[in-house]
Design a protein around this ligand. Structure first.
Ligand code: URA
Length: 188
């Protein structure tokens, strides 16, 4: 039986072998599959890699990622405690919005990642991440309201990039983040 890390590496390899979103793959520098603790209780799901992530092949390492690190620290967590990924695993050119067919193409691989990690809590960051799990929902109404998705708790939050330069959203995401310890407390 392979380890969780090996199973995750196999899913990343499958994305390449199966030629998922070949147009995005052509313009991207790296596949940004996700990283963190394969035994994590919490998986954070963003939208798509940006420039820094594409250059380095790691999720959330630009400005939004630094803010995410601060938010994690605020609830006593580090990146080593959690797992971080995005819906799209390749950067869309010029950071354009992910297209619905691109999200659809990557979802089976995201579900496979979640099956391996089996977290107690899924935190979706922003509209794109959230609507893939709860269709039609807007983050402006759904943020900070835990839901159940396939037996797991799902907490939609604003995307840190949206909250970075907006004072009001910044406080909202800090307040919503504070719910995370309660969401996992009874699940461990
Ligand atoms: N935004 C995302 O949604 N994902 C990243 O990896 C970086 C920024």
């Amino acid at each position: 039986m392979s380890t969780k890390q090996q199973q995750l590496e196999q899913i990343a390899a499958d994305i390449v072998t199966n030629n998922v979103c070949p147009d995005l793959a052509k313009t991207a520098t790296h596949l940004v599959f996700g990283e963190g603790n394969p035994d994590a209780d919490i998986v954070f799901i963003g939208e798509a890699p940006g420039r820094q992530e594409d250059l380095h092949g790691r999720p959330f390492i630009g400005a939004a990622g630094k803010f995410l690190d601060e938010l994690l620290e605020g609830v006593g967590l580090t990146r080593e405690d959690v797992y971080i990924t995005s819906i799209l695993k390749y950067r869309p050119p010029n950071n354009r919005d992910p297209r619905s067919e691109e999200k659809d193409a990557f979802m089976p691989y995201l579900f496979a990642q979640l099956d391996v990690i089996a977290p107690a809590l899924i935190v979706t960051l922003g509209n794109h991440g959230t609507s893939c799990f709860v269709p039609g929902v807007r983050i402006s109404t759904a943020h900070g309201q835990p839901q159940t998705w396939q037996g797991r708790t799902l907490l939609p939050l604003y995307h840190p990039a949206a909250a970075l330069y907006n004072r009001k959203l910044r406080q909202t995401i800090i307040d919503d983040f504070a719910m995370i310890p309660t969401c996992i407390k009874d699940k461990k």
